[in-house]
Design a protein around this ligand. Structure first.
Ligand SMILES: NC(=O)c1ccc[n+]([C@@H]2O[C@H](COP(=O)([O-])OP(=O)(O)OC[C@H]3O[C@@H](n4cnc5c(N)ncnc54)[C@H](OP(=O)(O)O)[C@@H]3O)[C@@H](O)[C@H]2O)c1
Length: 297
């Protein structure tokens, strides 16, 4: 495992990490004008054009994003809690109006708060400055999607307040159990929510820049409706392996190749030690041709 260097960045807020090394940057990306300490640590500027839905995942080299139900908070195990990954998580949260997760991620991550400062407290004042400059609320609003309504209502993230998107059955199950700080979006009949409806409801709440932190089933739903605009992927320098337990990659419940390929464009690549921080843009189906397709049978 790479050594995690947390030395202060030259020119950055003391205590922030050494800058990520920019390896590639697509020209013409939107730029928020990050506060200097964040721009220094990120190795450049960052921005999003609303409306936008972007995902952030950490994966092992062999494509594992979750270790299985018996391992809570498995994203931390996969990232090794590397400060650079936690900084990028915090920065991406700080850019968002709302952080969207599925109930599976909530159930698997006890004690977590989906706020920028929870994962990278050293930059809390810089995240506040960024959100103020973007005229965002103090913290991004957490949004939890659940068909069943089977959510741990004592979870601190729900106690802090969240929007809950659920079905009519889920709403009945949650009736009277959710903390007062939570709000249920208009429940829908049926066993699955259309994510386009959920995003429309979020827009009605003023949330147009939405970060999703998954997990794989929620990403599958978003992709199946063509609603994911960008993917931030940290490749952690670790091998996770698979035996008999299910260890998903970043999409579950949906097959794309060979009939529905989703090609992407690399927007930026950064490096810190042996970690890679990749940003991809997903778009409408394009005339992408795999480089080797003319040669392979
Ligand atoms: N490595 C990473 O970066 C990363 C990121 C996120 C999560 N994870 C890991 O992924 C694992 C969880 O995976 P997961 O796929 O179960 O998580 P998930 O996608 O967050 O949660 C799945 C659940 O969300 C609800 N849901 C999602 N889409 C829905 C829709 N369209 N309509 C209604 N309900 C919907 C359902 O909840 P109900 O079952 O309540 O109906 C579903 O079972 C955990 O181990 C977590 O740590 C890893």
């Amino acid at each position: 495992m790479a050594e995690h260097n947390t030395a202060p960045a030259a020119g950055g807020t003391p205590g922030l990490l050494e800058p990520l090394e920019p390896l590639y940057e697509d020209a013409g990306q939107p730029r928020f004008g990050l506060p200097p300490a964040l721009a220094t640590a990120y190795g450049g500027d960052l921005g999003f054009t609303p409306p936008c839905v972007y995902a952030n995942f950490v994966s092992s080299i062999d494509g594992v994003v979750a270790l299985g139900p018996e391992y809570p908070s498995s994203g931390s195990a996969i990232s090794g809690r590397a400060p650079a990954d936690r900084f990028v998580m915090g920065l991406l949260r700080a850019c968002a109006d709302a952080v969207l997760i599925g109930a599976g991620t909530l159930r698997a991550t006890p004690g977590h708060q989906w706020t920028p400062d929870h994962v990278f407290p050293q930059a809390a004042p810089d995240f506040v400055e960024l959100r103020r400059s973007l005229r965002r609320a103090t913290q991004p609003e957490l949004v939890v999607v659940t068909a069943s309504g089977d959510v741990p209502t004592e979870h601190p993230a729900l106690q802090s307040g969240a929007l809950v998107a659920t079905t009519a059955d889920g709403a009945r199950r949650l009736d009277g159990r959710l903390p007062a700080a939570c709000e249920i979006l208009t429940p829908v009949e049926g066993s699955t929510l259309r994510m386009a409806d959920v995003l429309a409801a979020l827009r009605a709440h003023g949330h147009t820049v939405v970060l999703t932190e998954g997990g794989p089933h929620l990403i599958g739903h978003l992709l199946s409706e063509g609603l994911l605009d960008e993917l931030f992927l940290t490749t952690s320098p670790v091998l996770a392996g698979r035996a008999d337990t299910s260890r998903p990659g970043l999409i579950a419940g949906l097959e794309l190749l060979p009939n529905r390929p989703v090609w992407t464009d690399l927007v930026s690549a950064r490096r810190r030690d042996s970690y890679l921080f990749l940003r991809y843009r997903l778009g409408p189906p394009r005339a992408h041709v795999a480089p080797h397709s003319a040669l392979s049978s």
